[in-house]
Write a protein that binds this ligand. Structure first.
Ligand code: ADP
Ligand code: MG
Length: 256
C-alpha cells in the first residue's frame, strides 16, 4: 500500500493554450501536512499549475495525483476528486444573493448530499474557525473583503477537503485586511492542512511555508526551505523577482 505517497504529486506537467506553452515540465510533490508557497512573476503559470491540480484546466501532458488517486486518469471520477480539494481564489466567488450560512450549506447539500441540520452545524463550526461565528445571517455585500475571503475559506473547509489550494487569496484586499486572512491560513497550516499557496506575501511564505517554489516562464526555477529561497536565493531570476517585489517602487528618482 502506498501510504507514504505525497498528498500531491505532479509529474512532467505541461499545459498549452493554443500556441502558448504555459507549463513546460513541472515536477512537484507536496507531502501530507506540508505548506508549499508558490511565488513568481505574473504570467509565469502559477494559477494554471493550481488549476491543473483540480482539473479546472486539463493538462496537455503529464500526470497529477492527489491522495494517491490519479486525477489525470481519463476514467477518474473528477467530482469525487474535486471534493477532496478546496480552492480559494483571489476573487472570493461567494454567492451574492445568499447569506453567509447559505454560502456554506448549499455546496454541502448539493455536492455532498449532507442533510440540512448537519450542513448548518458544519457551517457554524467552520465560521467559528475563521472568527466569523457572528456573521451567519450577513450577506456578502455587508462584509469587508477580508471577511468575505474568510467566509470563502470556511466554505471550502466545510467540504472537508484533504488539500487546500489558494490562488493569491489576499491580492484583492485592501492592505489593512490582508493580515486577518493570513492569520486564518496560518492557523490552518498549524493544524496540519496540506496547502499549496500562490502568494506575493513573501513574509507569510517565509514564516509559514515549509517550502517555497519560485516559478518563471512555466518552469520551477528554484525551490527549497523558505529561509533559503527567500533569504539566500541561488538563481539570478529569483533574486531579481524578490528585489522587485520587496522594493516595489524601485530606486527613487535620485537613483537610490
Ligand atoms: N484559460 C486560458 N486560456 C488561454 N490562456 C490562458 C488561460 N489561462 C491562462 N492563460 C495564459 O497562461 C499564461 C499563464 O497564466 P497564469 O497561469 O494565470 O499565470 P500566473 O498565475 O503566474 O500569473 C498567461 O500567458 C495567460 O494568458
Ligand atoms: Mg495567477
Amino acid at each position: 500500500m502506498a501510504t507514504d505517497r505525497p498528498e500531491i504529486e505532479i509529474r512532467g506537467l505541461h499545459k498549452s493554450f493554443g500556441d502558448n506553452h504555459v507549463l513546460r515540465g513541472i515536477d512537484l510533490e507536496v507531502a501530507r501536512g506540508e505548506v508549499v508557497c508558490v511565488i513568481g512573476p505574473s504570467g509565469s503559470g502559477k494559477s494554471t499549475l493550481l488549476r491543473c491540480v483540480n482539473l479546472l484546466e486539463e493538462p496537455s501532458a503529464g500526470r497529477v495525483f492527489v491522495g494517491g488517486t490519479e486525477v489525470t486518469d481519463p476514467d477518474v471520477d473528477i467530482d469525487a476528486v474535486r471534493r477532496r480539494i478546496g480552492m480559494v481564489f483571489q476573487q472570493f466567488n461567494l454567492f451574492p444573493h445568499v447569506d453567509v450560512a447559505g454560502n456554506l450549506t448549499l455546496p454541502q447539500r448539493r455536492v455532498l448530499g449532507t442533510d440540512t441540520a448537519r450542513a448548518a452545524a458544519v457551517a457554524r463550526e467552520n465560521l467559528a474557525r475563521v472568527g466569523l461565528a457572528d456573521k451567519t445571517d450577513a450577506y456578502p455585500a455587508q462584509l469587508s473583503g477580508g471577511q468575505q475571503q474568510r467566509v470563502a475559506i470556511a466554505r471550502a473547509l466545510s467540504m472537508g477537503p484533504e488539500v487546500m489550494l489558494f490562488d493569491e487569496p489576499t491580492s484583492a484586499l485592501d492592505p489593512e485586511l490582508v493580515g486577518e486572512v493570513l492569520s486564518v491560513m496560518r492557523v490552518l497550516a498549524g493544524e496540519g492542512m496540506t496547502m499549496m499557496v500562490v502568494t506575493h506575501e513573501i513574509g507569510f511564505a517565509r514564516e509559514v511555508a515549509d517550502r517555497v517554489v519560485f516559478m518563471d516562464g512555466g518552469v520551477i526555477v528554484e525551490q527549497g526551505p523558505a529561509a533559503r529561497v527567500v533569504g539566500r536565493p541561488q538563481q539570478e531570476r529569483t533574486r531579481n523577482f524578490l528585489d522587485r517585489i520587496l522594493n516595489p517602487a524601485g530606486p527613487g528618482p535620485d537613483g537610490d
